[in-house]
Design a protein around this ligand. Sequence first.
Ligand code: UDX
Length: 433
Amino acid sequence: MRIVMIGTGYVGLVSGTCFADFGHHVTCVDKDQSKIDALLDGRIPIFEPGLDELVAANVASGRLDFTLDLASVLPEADAVFIAVGTPSRRGDGHADLTYVHAASREMAPHLRDGAVVVTKSTVPVGTGDEVERTIRETCPDLEFSVASNPEFLREGAAIDDFKRPDRVVIGVNDEHAEEVLQGIYRPLTRNESPMLVMSRRGAELTKYAANAFLATKIGFINEIADLCEKVGADVQDVAKGIGLDTRIGSRFLMPGPGYGGSCFPKDTLALLKTGEDFEAPLRIVESVVASNDSRKRSMGRKVVQALGGDGYGKTVAVLGLTFKANTDDMRDSPAIAVVQALQDAGAKVKAYDPEGMEQAKAVINDVTYCENAYEAMDGADAAVIVTEWDVFRALDLKRAKDLLKQPLLVDLRNLYSRTEVEREGFTYVAVGR
Ligand code: UDX
């Protein structure tokens, strides 16, 4: 199968590379010359464990290549995946489909008969219809299909998620598109990943519903964590106690500083807009969004409270800046709100992140960026773990205590047990415990 992947962001690059690894011939296309130059040069523009080796192996095998020139590669393509960004539109929170529409217009005159155009980007219900209309306007006689194949991979675990998915969702309105997509994913049937075929609109909505449900789970356990603190219970016990009920499930019940990243914040907002447009208001999702927004700020205030209610004259070591571990992504990271709240309270911030500092510098100002956790803690009044990086799971607490002005650890990811930290003479503040 010959595949063209438009967009070399997280989803496009990982999907394209994995399709090549399945044995297909894949060309990844992007408009960003610096990205394509980097990829042709063997450099990966994002941090994703294992991706550099997988790209290199598939480039070497001749199954994966990169180009700026979309028109030249389309006439051969059996399937064209659209994996461009669909950010939140400024002002109203709707998904901004500018790049999806641009890609549809641009590809139309070069598609061959029988081509299947697949939206892999997260797109609102009905976008497939729009893509179809756009291509039809340019090429009234072309035989083509438009399908939806949402991607559920997580950053930091992207390759494994792609190759061993809980399910593959295929949204099609015709048999030819179904056949082509089944063919593309055939290698996965070996791992018994269920292939779910449904309507295009069903597939488009499934992606938003999945993200909104997961965001709800996190929002729910975060509020239960707050209640645990008030009533003197341990949220870890409660999460386990409910999670072992298979109807609930134990994953995605980790309390923390609020969800961030490239998907949950924008997709929950876009789903709310779809609900409004179709007069089916989504009150639960609305509450989740509001709860998560206020949570991020309140986590900064939690630190200030631990410092005695005032940040003036104090310095805080922030450990971890990315929205979660194993990524360099700062998009909607809770760290942004936490640092802001600390600075608003008058505190100075020193920070360290294993992968995200370059990205952080673009969105967080007036912070002293450090080489490692210990440099950040040197002379600080408190250490705050914001991201659950492995390097923060086994800090040398004796060394940390010597470096800090006072032994205060605020653990917004519950990486430590209270006894082990208090044994070292620390004041320990966690989430929901
Ligand atoms: C998410 C979805 O998981 C994925 O299926 C979809 O394709 C894209 O969006 P991602 O944003 O990469 O993936 O990260 P994920 O691991 O899901 O975490 C999202 C946010 O939720 C992070 O900020 C994370 O810290 C937070 N989270 C996750 C929690 O606070 N608690 C949890 O139990 C799980």
